[in-house]
Design a protein around this ligand. Structure first.
Ligand SMILES: Nc1nc2c(ncn2[C@@H]2O[C@H](COP(=O)(O)OP(=O)(O)OP(=O)(O)O)[C@@H](O)[C@H]2O)c(=O)[nH]1
Ligand SMILES: [Mg+2]
Length: 209
C-alpha cells in the first residue's frame, strides 16, 4: 500500500531535516541559497519540495513530501497535498510568532485538513534551546480552535522523534501497522493511541493531547 504525508511549517522549522532523518532512500530536495530575511536565519531553503520514502511493516510505503516554508512558494502547498492522507505541521519553538505560524498553516491547509478528517500532527522543534518552554499554550490554542491534534516536542535531527511523530499521525489510520513498526518500547518519549505498552495512559515528556 502506498500512502502520502505532507510536512509543512515555517522556514527553518525542520521539515527537510525531518524527512532526511527517517527516509529509507536518499532524499530528493530542492535547496537553494536563501536570500532576503531568510538568509539571516539559514543558508539554504526549500524552493519547491523535498521527497523521501519510509517503508513500514506490512508493505506500507509512506511517501514523505516537504513543502517550502516561504509563503512566496505557497502555490506548491496545494499541489503537494494532492493525494495525501495526512499532514505534519513542524513549528520552531524559538520563534516568538509560533502561534501565528500555527494559525497560518492551519488556515492555509484548512481544506486539506477537512478532506483528511483532521489527520494532523504537530512537531515542535528547537525546544532544546528553550529548556523552560512549554507546548501548553499551543495545545490550548489548538483546542480553542475546536481541533484535537496531537502535539509533540521533537528534534528533527533525531530519527526516533520524527518516526514517532509520523507513527502518531498514522496510528488512527493504520493501527496494526503502527504497532508492528514501533521499535521504541519503554524508551519512548512520545505517546501513540495504539501503543502496545499503553503509553497513551502515561504522562510522557512533551506530549500534549
Ligand atoms: N537545536 C535544534 N536544531 C534543530 C532541531 N530540529 C531541526 N534543527 C535544525 O534546524 C534547521 C532546520 O532546517 P531545515 O530542515 O532546512 O528547515 P525547513 O523547515 O526545511 O526550512 P525551509 O525549507 O527553509 O522552509 C537545521 O539546521 C536542523 O539541523 C532541534 O530540535 N533543535
Ligand atoms: Mg526545507
Amino acid at each position: 500500500m502506498e500512502q502520502k504525508i505532507i510536512f509543512a511549517g515555517p522556514v527553518g522549522a525542520g521539515k527537510t531535516t525531518a524527512i532526511a532523518s527517517i527516509s529509507d532512500i536518499p532524499v530528493v530536495s530542492t535547496e537553494r541559497s536563501a536570500t532576503d530575511d531568510v538568509a539571516q536565519r539559514k543558508a539554504s531553503t526549500t524552493v519547491a519540495m523535498d521527497y523521501g520514502l519510509i517503508k513500514l511493516e506490512d508493505g506500507i510505503r509512506v511517501h514523505l513530501y516537504g513543502a517550502p516554508g516561504q509563503q512566496r512558494f505557497s502555490f506548491m502547498w496545494d499541489i503537494l497535498t494532492d493525494g495525501g492522507i495526512g499532514l505534519i505541521i513542524m513549528l520552531d519553538h524559538k520563534r516568538e510568532s509560533i502561534i501565528e505560524d500555527l494559525d497560518l498553516f492551519l488556515n492555509s491547509f484548512q481544506k486539506f485538513i477537512r478532506k483528511v478528517k483532521g489527520a494532523v500532527a504537530i512537531g515542535v522543534t528547537r525546544s532544546d534551546l528553550l529548556p523552560d518552554a512549554s507546548i501548553e499554550p499551543l495545545r490550548e490554542h489548538v483546542l480553542a480552535r475546536g481541533l484535537n491534534i496531537p502535539i509533540f516536542q521533537v528534534d528533527a535531527r533525531n530519527p526516533e522523534d520524527v518516526r514517532h511523530l509520523l507513527l502518531a499521525l498514522l496510528s488512527s489510520l493504520h493501527p496494526a501497522v503502527v504497532r508492528a513498526s514501533c521499535k521504541m518500547g519503554a524508551a519512548c518519549r512520545l505517546t501513540c493511541s495504539v501503543c502496545p505498552l499503553n503509553a497513551w495512559e502515561q504522562p510522557a515528556k512533551g506530549a500534549a493531547n
